[in-house]
Write a protein that binds this ligand. Structure first.
Ligand SMILES: NC(=O)c1ccc[n+]([C@@H]2O[C@H](COP(=O)([O-])OP(=O)(O)OC[C@H]3O[C@@H](n4cnc5c(N)ncnc54)[C@H](O)[C@@H]3O)[C@@H](O)[C@H]2O)c1
Length: 314
């Protein structure tokens, strides 16, 4: 099996991906500066001994090239990012520094050591802006206007991937992920509404909904997302592929399901919808079966139950 490199490998999605790649026999190099990622997420991966190596490093660092030269990864999974929409509204320069310049450093390094492919975590919930038609198709990225600096940087990197494919011979697949949820998602962060609601409900505290709760998202379970990354290793060259469920699910619906699972009976509080947030979102998933032989299989109720069970054990 091959050597692969995962940036953002101590994060929510990156750590699950590293576990899966190790289980399939790959040698995994994980790079993360631990801004939001956690060493605790690496417990399973560390059990693989020499097959797993972790580097505490910023993807913008000059030291990234010697690391690539030493390990020569065949495939690079690029997930390291400033991953907060609101953080990007407050500090677009920091967002661009990590999400654009950091991505370019990763692409330069991958091209320099002749990696075969980069598989990129794009964002289906932001790169299409407020879609004219739902569910959003990959082709709508051509004329979209993302609402946040995060969405802009995530979209621009897809264009850079095209450049590196054409002029540097570096293949890519960009996965436009829906709202990913599941075990290990940080309930203290701002991105994971499900982890935040579920942990507050388990603690019996108040739950605050931004907006009226009728805003919709495409919630996709972590195991399904990890599977899409693995499927892309040998599939979907030069493609942007949506990875979601195709279903529009309201925040209020998620709340109701979580309340049932956790036994929570308090009414939620409602606050203003922050800027940069979409009203409605769902991803068209018609191209994924052909492009990467993938479709989602986890029902929301099952994924939520698994997430709550994990949070109970933390
Ligand atoms: N979770 C979602 O719903 C979702 C949806 C769409 C796209 N994505 C994308 O998927 C990727 C992973 O997201 P996640 O939910 O696991 O978030 P996460 O914050 O858990 O993971 C990001 C990881 O990148 C690391 N990181 C940040 N800046 C870095 C830097 N300069 N150098 C090295 N490492 C750095 C963090 O420490 C963290 O471990 C991100 O690129 C994100 O934009 C996530």
């Amino acid at each position: 099996m091959s050597t692969v490199l995962v940036t953002g490998g101590a994060g929510f999605i990156g750590s699950h991906l590293a576990d899966r790649l190790l289980a399939e026999g790959h040698r995994v190099i994980s790079v993360d500066d631990l801004t939001t990622g956690r060493i605790a997420n690496l417990v399973d991966a560390r059990g693989y001994g020499k097959e797993f190596t972790f580097f505490n490093m910023d993807v913008r660092a000059e030291g990234l090239l010697p690391l690539f030269e030493r390990h020569r990864p065949e495939v690079v999974f690029h997930l390291a990012a400033q991953s907060g929409v609101r953080a990007s509204l407050d500090d677009p320069v920091r967002d661009a520094s990590i999400n654009l310049m950091g991505s370019l450093n990763v692409l330069e390094c991958a091209a320099a050591v002749e990696s075969r492919k980069v598989i990129y975590a794009a964002s289906g919930g932001t790169i299409y802006g407020e879609p004219r038609r739902l569910p959003a198709k990959e082709t709508s990225a051509q004329s979209s206007r993302p609402l946040s600096p995060y969405g802009i940087s995530k979209k621009v990197v897809v264009d850079y991937l095209g450049f590196y494919q054409r002029y540097r011979g570096l293949d890519y697949t960009a996965l436009a992920l829906g709202n990913v949820y599941g075990p290990r998602q940080d309930p203290h962060g701002e991105a994971g509404v499900i982890a935040i609601f579920a942990s507050k409900m388990l603690a019996g505290g108040p739950v605050t909904v931004f907006g009226d709760g009728n805003q919709t998202r495409d919630y996709v379970f972590i195991d399904d997302v990890v599977h899409a990354f693995v499927q892309a290793i040998d599939r979907g060259p030069g493609k942007l592929v949506n990875v979601g469920t195709g279903l529009e699910t309201s925040v209020n619906h998620v709340l109701g399901l979580l309340a049932g699972i956790t036994g929570y009976d308090r009414a939620p509080e409602f606050g203003p919808l922050p800027p940069g947030e979409l009203r409605r979102s769902a991803l068209h998933i018609g191209s994924a079966p052909n492009a990467i032989a993938w479709k989602p299989w986890t029902h929301l109720e099952d994924g939520l139950a698994e997430t709550v069970a994990y949070l109970k054990g933390v």
